[in-house]
Design a binder for this molecule. Structure first.
Ligand SMILES: [Fe+2]
Ligand SMILES: [Fe+2]
Length: 136
């Protein structure tokens, strides 16, 4: 099942929201590639894109946080770092076991759940802070 973008994911910070939209789209591309029966190479290409985009996105958020001395920067960064490790582990598993529909389901559900939870909690708080600082 594909992930849906809706207003419950909107932090109100344009740059962050745009990147989150791209993340959801990238996640859906993996699901779609699997459902369409695309080959291994194509599926790993979509996963590589998501991984690269995630790292870029985390860097964007971390820069905004250090720029405005966000008080929860260290913990937020730790969540990002831990998630990068999780994605790395999932990728290794996918390589070892092959991109079966079942494995793709595990990978996309794990990534999707983490992302949506993180956006609705940590990112919402952080974006509100960044926006208040930018408004000054
Ligand atoms: Fe974040
Ligand atoms: Fe984020």
């Amino acid at each position: 099942m594909a992930y849906q973008w809706d207003s419950s994911l909107e932090t109100g910070h344009e740059k962050i929201d745009n990147q989150h939209k791209q993340l959801v789209a990238a996640l859906n591309n993996i699901i779609e590639a699997s459902q369409l029966g695309k080959g291994k190479d194509e599926i790993f290409k979509t996963l590589d894109f998501l991984t690269g985009y995630t790292i870029m996105h985390f860097t964007t958020e971390e820069k905004l946080q250090t720029q405005y001395d966000y008080p929860d920067y260290l913990i937020h960064k730790r969540y990002h770092d831990e998630f990068k490790v999780t994605v790395g582990d999932l990728t290794k598993r996918l390589v070892a076991e092959g991109p079966t529909e079942e494995m793709i389901g595990i990978v996309t559900t794990t990534i999707g759940n983490w992302l949506l939870n993180h956006i609705k909690g940590d990112d919402f708080r952080m974006a509100a802070y960044v926006k208040s600082q930018e408004a000054q």
